[in-house]
Design a protein around this ligand. Sequence first.
Ligand SMILES: Cc1cc2nc3c(=O)[nH]c(=O)nc-3n(C[C@H](O)[C@H](O)[C@H](O)COP(=O)(O)O)c2cc1C
Length: 180
Amino acid sequence: MNPAGAAYWRQLVRAATERGHPMRVGALATLQDDQPQVRMVVLRSVDIDLAVLCAYTDRRSDKVAALQRAAQAEWMFYDAEAGLQLRVAGTAKVHLQGDAVDAAWAGLHAGQRREYQMATAPGTPLEQGAESVSEAAARQHFAVLSLHADRLDVLELERQQHRRTRFCRHSQWAPEALTP
Ligand SMILES: Cc1cc2nc3c(=O)[nH]c(=O)nc-3n(C[C@H](O)[C@H](O)[C@H](O)COP(=O)(O)O)c2cc1C
């Protein structure tokens, strides 16, 4: 990672690990049949060396179906106090099985696991008295999303002059100053 860009990636690492960090939650945009869809998602982990961000979700959700059809996604984070907007664009993958998914599930507490225990899928009509499934069955609803970044677009709001910088994987994350 180029040192200029690494500073922003480190911000994202802090966002993923520090409680209450303003960039812990970001807006994840996907495409569903050419229609943009955006929703807030918690940033769970960041691998700076690979430039990969991860979130957890329900595999039955619309975003998973959307990403399985069109993997391009953008995840946007904003720290209002710092006047910092980070937009990470790249290719998303949905992980349903494997050690990393098992470890992520194992790291959730009971309250977090309950979010995956609804018998009905997210976004479907809520049935009266809808059953919830067992915790073991809920594991089958759990998925890890990873975003393999190709581009980081940084906007820093400054009193005098805003600054915008783009970092791309194909140019080894070298900074490119842009008109804000
Ligand atoms: C602050 C906040 C954090 C959220 N975090 C997550 C999350 O980490 N994972 C997730 O799947 N949904 C999360 N949601 C819910 C999503 O925004 C969304 O409503 C849900 O996942 C269904 O989205 P979809 O139908 O586009 O897939 C969060 C919502 C809010 C408001």
